[in-house]
Write a protein that binds this ligand. Structure first.
Ligand SMILES: NC(=O)c1ccc[n+]([C@@H]2O[C@H](COP(=O)([O-])OP(=O)(O)OC[C@H]3O[C@@H](n4cnc5c(N)ncnc54)[C@H](OP(=O)(O)O)[C@@H]3O)[C@@H](O)[C@H]2O)c1
Length: 309
């Protein structure tokens, strides 16, 4: 089968499409015939050797963290899926998604939303679970509360806006001016242009800031969280001393694969409460071009690799 692998860390030139052996599932794993694989910012960090989970000893390494596809084989202990089931999954780091067949633990996998095609489904797992765990597991967001989402037009952000609205929360979000209408259509209640406006001057205090940007955006966010509220980041640990002074709960987390949560997300999509936006698609052999597009272009939604036609 074909896979996009790296043998050393570096720029896009270290990615090569290669023939490798098709893996065999162990007792609690399934083998997925991949239809499409999404491209996430972490893929570029792994390729550059800047993501601590993947080190020299893991090379050669197949990039990619989430896929849609079809169950091609299952281990002896797997009873939750049948051969031929159409599924999607956020993979553990030991298995890469930029390949024609991938192994996944059965508890990382969920049945694909019926209302999405393969490209749409591949776009969801990592971004969707990151949004879900940030808002609800770490952020504790409840119905009727107020949340500010930084980076609302990106892969994680555009899903986070819709999950928060489906929960019954009030949502503000920071985006580029050109994306205000886009996130308004997704349900955002207040849109702030991060380049020309200062969110801390424009919004009333919130229960939760969901930070997908970090840096000074995170630092300024302390000013808009209510006492007793939370500031949760996917990027860097917020200042704990400052948090204690203001009675704010803070945290930085790494999203974890979770098939049960993914199934809840699939249900919201099939109930038309969440739509998935695709920014662009590429062929598997264009993985380097796709990563460059995600890093350098203005992105609205998700970048996806089509592994089969
Ligand atoms: N910890 C974890 O488990 C985890 C999981 C997933 C993602 N992440 C991280 O979370 C971040 C977001 O991921 P993603 O997949 O959503 O990325 P993405 O698809 O690349 O989206 C980033 C978005 O942020 C916008 N943006 C850039 N600077 C901004 C600013 N100062 N204020 C507001 N918006 C801004 C961009 O808009 P413009 O194009 O208009 O600039 C773009 O829409 C990434 O850094 C990623 O590495 C971490």
């Amino acid at each position: 089968m074909q896979a996009v692998r790296i043998h050393r860390f570096g720029g896009p030139e270290v990615m090569a499409i290669e023939e490798i052996d098709r893996p065999i599932p162990s007792a609690n794993e399934v083998l997925i015939k991949v239809f499409a694989a999404s491209v996430n910012p972490v893929d570029g960090k792994m390729r550059e050797g800047k993501y601590p989970v993947v080190t020299e000893k893991d090379l050669p390494y197949v990039l990619g963290r989430d896929v849609s596809g079809q169950i091609a084989a299952a281990g002896d202990d797997v009873s939750s899926f049948l051969i031929g089931d159409e599924v999607f999954a956020f993979l553990s780091p030991e298995h890469g998604g930029y390949e024609e067949f991938v192994l996944a633990r059965a508890d990382e996998v969920a049945i694909m939303p019926k209302s999405l095609d393969a490209v749409g489904a591949a776009a969801v797992p990592l971004a969707g679970i990151t949004a879900w765990q940030g808002l609800f597991d770490h952020g504790g967001l409840l119905q009727g509360q107020r949340v500010l989402i930084h980076g609302g037009a990106g892969g994680v952000g555009h899903l986070a806006i819709q999950f928060a609205k489906a929960k019954g929360a009030w949502v503000a979000t920071t985006v580029s001016a050109a994306d205000k209408e886009f996130v308004s259509d997704l349900g955002a209640d207040q849109m702030i242009d991060y380049k020309s406006e200062k969110f801390e001057n424009l919004i009333e205090p919130v229960d939760l800031v969901f930070d997908l940007i970090g840096g000074e955006t995170q630092e300024r966010s302390f000013n808009v969280v209510k006492p007793g509220g939370a500031l949760i980041s996917t990027l860097q640990e917020p200042d704990k001393a400052r948090a204690a002074e203001r009675d704010i709960r803070v945290g930085r987390y790494t999203a974890q694969p979770n098939g049960a949560q993914l199934q809840q997300i699939a249900d919201l999509i099939d109930e038309s409460k969440v739509k998935v936006v695709i920014a662009s698609t590429f062929e598997l052999r264009e993985a380097a071009k796709a990563q460059a597009a995600l890093k350098e272009n203005h992105i609205r939604g998700k970048v996806v690799l089509k592994v089969v036609d």
